[in-house]
Every structure is written in C-alpha cells, then in structure tokens.
Design a protein around this ligand. Structure first.
Ligand code: 13P
Ligand code: G3H
Ligand code: NA
Ligand code: ZN
Length: 308
C-alpha cells in the first residue's frame, strides 16, 4: 500500500528509521519488495533523475506499481531523490511521487531558500512533501562528483531559519557522510555532536541521512577476489553510528552504493565461476536473493521490521 512519506515520518520519529532505497532496475525492485513483505517493514523506494533517464520514468514507476500488486502486504512511499526544479515539476505534473528532494544545497543559503521555497509551494498544492538539504556531502552521486574541499557540514545555527523560511517537510543534513564507496578516508565517521545540536534546534522535525551505505568489507573483498579493483580504503557508515543517529531524529537513510557493490560482486563471481554460462537470469536471480537478504538486515538495523 502506498502511503505518504509524511505519515511514515510521523510514526517513526526517534523510534526507528526508514530505509530509502534507490532503484534502477527490475531485480532490485523484486528484492526490496520481497524483503519488505517478509519483514513487515515500511520503506521508501526512490528514483534519481539519472534512474529516470536510464530506465524511463514511466517504466520505473510502472515496475514499482506492479511490485505493489505482487507483494500486496507492503507499506511504502515513493520519493524523487536529488531532483532539480525541472525534474520535480515533471514529477508533480505526471504524478506518482509522495515526496521529492530539491537538491539546492550547493547554492548559498539565500539562493537555497529561494529555490526550495518555490518547489515547496508547488509540491504542497499536490500534497507532495519536500525534502530540502542544508550542507554539502562529498563523493560521487550518479554523475555528479563533489570533492571533499567543497563539502561542508550543516551549520546547526542555520537550520531553524532554513526550515521556517522554506516550509520544507524534512531536512537532509551533512554530518560526515559522503556519497559513494569512500566515505571516511580521514577516518572521521559520523559527527554525532553536530546531529545532536541540529535536533535540539528542530525537535520532532524529520532529518535525512544521505550517504547511508555501509560498504561491507566482505563484499569489497569478494569483488576484488573476483577481479575487481575497489580500493581498500573503501568505508561506509558503521552500524553503531546508525543506531545512535536514529534517536537523534534521523528518519530516512538513503542507500544506493551498497546495492551497486552487491550487484558487482554477484556478477563478477558469476563470470568468474560459470564461464560456460551466458544467461542473464542466473546472476539476476542470485542478485535478487542477495539483495533481499541485504535489505532484511537493514530493516533489523534501522528498527523498522514489524512496523508496517
Ligand atoms: P550511498 O552512496 O551511501 O549509498 O548514499 C546514497 C544516497 O545518499 C542517495 O541519495
Ligand atoms: O543520489 C543518488 C545516487 O544514486 C546516489 O548514488 O550511491 O553513488 O551516492 P551513490
Ligand atoms: Na546535495
Ligand atoms: Zn544522496
């Protein structure tokens, strides 16, 4: 059942977090919905503009709608991740989304407010909620790269003014994560004291953690053992950091890199171990099963299993 992103956040605040999973292709959608049905866990399925270009937006949304019929006991929302005005207006016009993210965090505060506010007005008319972002994450996200020198943490002193001025419904913050597989090259980890300060200024307001992938060392090792060249300083968000972030208001945790790594592992091992085979459905099925198992673990970690 499709429900609003807003309702998911109202129920989970400071109790558990909702995984927001980027999808690009069919096998992920199967794995995600199958896991959610089994665990009775709420989730957010999200598409980036890149995913909409790759798969075609209509194809993606149709696959999601189809999955909801195949797995009828699921409770989920549909979110547009990292959208610009053009993508969001398109999504508002064509429908299908319960929330959108306006990615204007690279602009200065006033410009970010102005762009966010405009989108909020249009989205709210259609009952679509808006995630805004304050602070800039480093890393690679689809086709956009931000080098660490141009990233910065969210300034807690700005969050109240930003939320008040924009009327956004949730806030993505930069507290040490980055996009991609190399999050903590300096070993710095999540800046929980910044998160604490943000929550103190916005009590009850849903916060969003981008760059939420764990980057499993085992998966990286298996990729490299099967011919991959992922650098060994790959590192993601640790489980205890996630557990500490949830009571501090993190309601939504975005995950994309972990899926890419898992897909790479499954396919590299397939090509290494079954050189005589050439059926895409063989690694496709392995991926679905592995992805389902991976998502089930996230539901447990985020505390949302049994909450749908
Ligand atoms: P990861 O790179 O950690 O998967 O982050 C994904 C993300 O924030 C998508 O918006
Ligand atoms: O933001 C959306 C991207 O799909 C995230 O990709 O996992 O490379 O950061 P990433
Ligand atoms: Na951003
Ligand atoms: Zn992101």
């Amino acid at each position: 059942m499709l429900i609003t992103t807003k309702e998911l956040f109202q129920k989970c605040y400071a109790r558990y977090a909702i995984p927001a999973v980027n999808v690009f292709f069919m096998e992920e959608i199967h794995g995600l919905f199958a896991a959610a049905q089994q665990a009775n866990a709420p989730f957010i399925v999200q598409t980036t503009p890149f995913a909409r270009d790759y798969a075609n937006a209509d194809m993606l949304l149709s696959m999601i709608a189809s999955a909801a019929r195949i797995y009828p006991d699921t409770v989920y929302a549909i979110h547009m991740d990292h959208g610009y005005e053009e993508h969001i207006l398109d999504a508002i016009e064509k429908g299908g989304y319960t929330s959108v993210m306006i990615d204007a965090s690279h602009d200065a505060f006033d410009k970010n407010v102005e762009r966010t506010k405009l989108v909020v007005e249009k989205a709210h008319e259609k009952n679509i909620s808006v995630e805004a972002e304050l602070g800039v994450l480093a890393g690679v996200e689809d086709d956009l790269t931000v080098d660490p020198a141009h990233s910065f943490y969210t300034n807690p002193q700005e969050v109240e003014d930003f939320v008040k001025a924009t009327d956004c419904d949730s806030l993505a913050i930069a507290v040490g994560t980055s996009h991609g597989a190399y999050k903590f090259s300096g070993g710095q980890g999540l800046q929980l004291h910044i998160l604490e300060e943000i929550q103190a200024r916005l009590p009850g307001f849903p916060l969003v953690l981008h760059g939420g992938s764990n980057v499993s060392p085992e998966v990286v090792e298996r990729i490299n053992a099967a011919g991959g060249k992922i650098k060994t300083d790959a590192k993601g968000v640790q489980e205890d950091e996630i557990r500490k972030a949830i009571p501090l208001g993190i309601c939504k945790i975005n995950i994309a890199t972990d899926m890419r790594l898992l897909w790479t592992m499954v396919n590299r091992e397939f090509f290494r171990d079954k050189p005589q085979e050439f059926a895409p459905t063989t690694p496709g099925k392995t991926f679905m099963d592995e992805y389902k198992k991976f998502i089930l673990k996230k539901f447990d970690l985020f505390g949302c299993a049994g909450m749908a």
